[in-house]
Design a protein around this ligand. Structure first.
Ligand code: DAH
Length: 360
């Protein structure tokens, strides 16, 4: 009898004194484990007289409950202590200065930013992105787009030609993104609804022209498409891109070999005090060329012009990036000057930098 009480007290002491989970587990095994003293005592119950057995069983159960409770409580306490110790060890010193170089975090180039903005707007209207090669053949860049042999774009002084290949074919650096219209229509059945951002090349260099620049092409081919759709899409785009309902648009008759009728689109602006502001004033600024896809272009692509119609447009990305973000010289876009990029570029995430607040 006393023996059991003493063993229970010893176990309680071992539980109370356990400082590690391993010690606690050992105390549990010594008492309640298969070979523990309490299990042994329970096994001996069978040899007792009924009355004595009842008493003894009640006593052993009471001890078992007490020890289990003590084990649970101690286990919880050890776990809490472990978490608190970790929290104390991993505490961060928020007064440390920024890591070296955090202020020189990379920036998103304004061209990449504007391409993302434009494609997002058209994606919301159901357009997908299409792409094509920078090095094009004559058929896709010119012939299929109904560009006649004497067109200035075909001349050496405007277009970069590669040396002739063995078969005589002379490839060009694409002069516009329009060849991707052809590639799209020749590789899949209509309807089509695509935008094509990409690099384009012309032999030009001044404040507003660089030999490599960017365009975004759009193409919609479906049944019963008319100029109203063209206008609706472009008006919607301008409002979303310039983030104002105020911007006025002018659709001016024009000529492109690959569209009929063709229109150039201007937006209103003011140039007061030498500062260009979109959506204000009475001046006009051309931003894109557009039109209804010429039936000859559809025919070159095996699309029946009596069943399918569509519209297309082509817009200079660099130009409207300059407009939206007030960048004065196009050439700086491609100078790879990190100070310029830090000024005009976009921070990928809102990362707080000391002294600058939240950089954007
Ligand atoms: N490809 C023309 C250019 O580079 C722009 C253009 C005009 C594209 C009218 C079009 C269009 O798709 O319909 O000047």
């Amino acid at each position: 009898m006393t023996d059991i009480v003493a063993q229970a007290q010893a176990s309680e002491r071992a539980i109370a004194q356990a400082e590690k989970p391993e010690a606690l587990e050992q105390a549990r095994l010594d008492a309640l484990g298969k070979k523990g003293w309490l299990s042994a005592a329970l096994k001996e119950l069978g040899g007792l007289e009924p009355e004595a057995r009842k008493q003894r069983a009640a006593q052993l159960n009471e001890i078992k409950d007490r020890l289990s409770g003590a084990l649970d409580a101690k286990r919880g306490a050890l776990e809490d202590a472990a978490i608190n110790a970790r929290l104390a060890a991993e505490k961060q010193d928020m007064t440390l200065p920024l890591l070296d170089g955090a202020e020189n975090l990379g920036r998103i180039h304004p061209i990449g930013q504007v391409i993302d903005e434009i494609t997002e707007i058209f994606a919301a209207m159901g357009f997908t992105i299409a792409e094509g090669p920078d090095i094009e053949d004559d058929f896709h860049n010119f012939t299929a787009l109904n560009i006649p042999p004497a067109h200035p774009a075909r001349q050496m002084q405007d277009t970069f030609y590669l040396p002739p290949r063995e078969d005589g074919e002379q490839m060009v650096l694409r002069t516009h993104t329009s060849p991707v219209q052809i590639r799209t229509m020749r590789s899949a059945q209509p309807p089509h609804r695509i935008v094509v951002p990409g690099r384009t090349y012309r032999s030009d260099y001044d404040m507003t022209h660089t030999p490599m620049f960017h365009q975004i092409e759009g193409l919609v081919i479906d049944r019963n498409i008319h100029m109203g759709h063209l206008k609706g899409v472009l008006v919607e785009f301008c409002k979303a891109f310039f983030e104002t309902d105020k911007v006025k648009m002018r659709f001016r008759p024009s000529y492109f070999p690959f569209t009929e009728p063709s229109a150039e689109v201007d937006i209103n602006c003011s140039r007061e005090g030498g500062v260009l502001r979109v959506g204000e004033g009475d001046d006009w600024l051309e931003i894109l060329g557009s039109g209804m896809v010429h039936r000859k272009v559809l025919e070159h692509c095996g699309v029946d012009p009596n069943e399918w119609q569509g519209f297309a447009w082509g817009m200079g990305i660099d130009r409207i990036a300059m407009l939206k973000y007030g960048i004065p010289d196009l050439r700086a876009f491609f100078d790879a000057d990190l100070r310029w990029l830090k000024h005009y570029g976009f921070v990928p995430l809102d990362i707080p930098t000391l002294g600058q607040g939240v950089a954007r």
